[in-house]
Design a protein around this ligand. Structure first.
Ligand code: IMP
Ligand code: MG
Length: 185
């Protein structure tokens, strides 16, 4: 058992469960892209960095990694709206097979923006692999690969943060909003 800090209410997905799911996703992706010369795996910073690293190390197909950084929600656990590119890809994706790796799908705004932006660059294919999705769905978007569905709470760990903290926890946990608010967060 992990010792939880008081700012977290409960573990939602534990380390061994995450590892097993990531292993299965990597196997499925490797199978689906078996005939592709080189898959461009595009991780969305910062939230996807741990998922991306674990996933890619288990792919058995030729692939390269690239990253994009998008504007985020800021420090608080709520949405502000607009999406901007803070750091673009290094590689040209025209005629390439591209798999977007993202941490979480909430309103769908981030991923919608990404799909539009990247598809305008004429990749051979464009798919999505998302670690978490909140239920109930706020967007009708369909995903190609999904790790887990979770309830509509603010979660941290395995790449996900609250005000830049808790990203490197090896599990996914629910943030304790009361404890955060009491501290003036
Ligand atoms: P969307 O654009 O509303 O789908 O939100 C996606 C982005 O919001 C993700 O890439 C995360 O950076 C952030 N986000 C949404 N929910 C959470 C959460 O529960 N914990 C941490 N980050 C989140
Ligand atoms: Mg993100």
């Amino acid at each position: 058992m992990h010792q939880l800090p008081p700012e977290l209410t409960q573990i939602i997905i534990d380390t061994d469960v995450i590892q097993k799911r990531v292993h299965d996703l990597a196997a499925q992706i490797s199978k689906d892209y078996a005939d592709v010369d080189q898959l461009h795996v595009v991780g969305i910073l910062k939230g996807a960095f741990i998922f991306m690293a674990d996933l890619c190390r288990q792919l058995t197909i030729p692939h390269l990694v690239d990253f994009m950084a998008l504007s985020s929600y800021g420090k608080r656990a709520s949405s502000t709206g607009a999406v901007r590119i803070l750091m673009d890809l290094r590689e040209n994706i025209e005629t390439k097979h591209v798999l977007i790796v993202e941490d979480i799908l909430d309103t769908g705004q981030t991923l919608n923006y990404l799909m539009q932006t990247l598809s305008s660059r004429k990749p051979a294919s464009l798919r999505t692999c998302v670690f978490l999705r909140k239920r109930p769905y706020k967007s009708p978007m369909s995903l190609d690969y999904l790790g887990f569905e979770i309830p509509d709470v603010w979660v941290v760990g395995y790449g996900l943060d609250y005000a830049e903290i808790y990203r490197t926890l090896p599990y996914v946990a629910e943030l304790n909003r009361k404890a955060i608010e009491a501290k003036g967060g």
